[in-house]
Design a protein around this ligand. Structure first.
Ligand SMILES: [Zn+2]
Length: 78
């Protein structure tokens, strides 16, 4: 079953909430994500997308935040 997945961003100019639709469908009941915690399959479909803020009219590109304050780590055997 295909569901619509969306990611909510805050406009860096005016703080307006901007919703970006993702093409990927993942089997999950939760289909609305905030920019800080986006599942990888969803993120991969929207990175590089152009987004227009409906309030201030500015144009933005969805980017992977490589300066994020938190990063996922894990223990690999060996
Ligand atoms: Zn804006």
């Amino acid at each position: 079953m295909e569901t619509t997945n969306s990611v909510i961003f805050s406009c860096p100019e005016c703080n307006q909430q901007v919703e970006v639709h993702a093409k990927a469908a993942i089997l999950n009941t939760l289909n609305l994500y905030h920019e800080e915690s986006v599942p990888k399959p969803i993120a991969e479909t929207i990175i590089g997308n152009t987004v227009y803020c409906p309030k201030c009219g500015d144009r933005f590109t969805v980017m992977l935040d490589t300066h994020s304050a938190t990063v996922p780590l894990f223990l690999r055997k060996g």
